[in-house]
Ligand binder design. Sequence first.
Ligand code: PXL
Length: 274
Amino acid sequence: MKRVLTIQDISCLGKCSLTVALPVISALGQETVILPTAVLSTHTMFKNFTCKDLSDQIDPIAAHWKSENIAFDAIYTGYLGTVSQIEQMKELFTTFRGKDTIVFVDPVMADNGKLYPAFDMEYVKKNSELCAYADIIVPNITEASLMTGMEYKEEYDECYIKELLARLTELGSKISVLTGVSLEKGKTGVMGYDKEKDEYYIYQNRRIDASYHGTGDLFSSTCIGEIMRGKNWKEAMQIAADYTAHTIEVTLQNPKKPWYGVDFEATLPELIKM
Ligand code: PXL
C-alpha cells in the first residue's frame, strides 16, 4: 500500500475536494493522509458559504509529521485558498519530497473561461510557480490559458492544445495534462505531454453535455489513486476520464440528482474493479 498526502479544503457539503479525494483514493487501496486547508460550509458555488481558514495549522502539522519521519509516495494538491497557502505548499513539497515521491498539482482556480470567486491574477501567478515543483499538473483549458497568458478559446484545434501544452511544460513540470479537451464533435477527454520522453498522449471519450462541480477533483483523485496502484500516467488518465464520464451519466439518471456534485458514491464499486 502506498501513502498519499492530499492537501485541499473541506467543503462540508458539496462533493468536491477532500470529501471526494479521501474516499476515492482510499477505495483504490491507498493510505490517504489529509491536510485540510480550510473548512467551508459548502463549496463556493453556493451563496453565503462560511469559511474558516486553516493556514495556521499547516506548518505545525507538517513539523509534527517531520518529527515522526513520515514519508509520502505522492503529494496531491487541489483547491487552495490563498497566495500564502501556495507558498506553504512549496515549502511542504521541499520538506517531504523523497527520491520517488510523485508531486501532483491540480491548480484548481477557474473553469469555463472564468476564475472562481475569491481568486485574482496574483493567485494565478502563484499557481503557475507551484507547477514548477510538480511531476504532473492537470489544469483545465481555462486554468492553462490563465497560467500561460494564452488566449482562452472554446473552439480550437489540436495545434492550440499542443501550444498550450508546450507553454505549460515551460512552467517546469515533467508531465502536463490538459483536461476537458474536445478534439472531435461529440467527444471530450484529455491531452498530455511528457517532457522527458517528448511524447504526447490523447484520449477522447464520449462528451456528456452536463457540467458538474467536483468532477475535476474526481478525475485527479482517480488519477493519483491509479498511479499508486501501479498504472502509468497515460493508463491512469484514461481510467480517470472514463470513470468521470460514467459517473456523470449515472448522476444524470438519478431523479433526485444533486446540482452541486456527482454521485461518485454509486460508481465507486465499479472503479475498484476497473
Ligand atoms: O471542485 C473544486 C472546488 C474545491 N473546493 C471549493 C470550491 C471548488 C470549486 O468551486 O469552491 C471550496
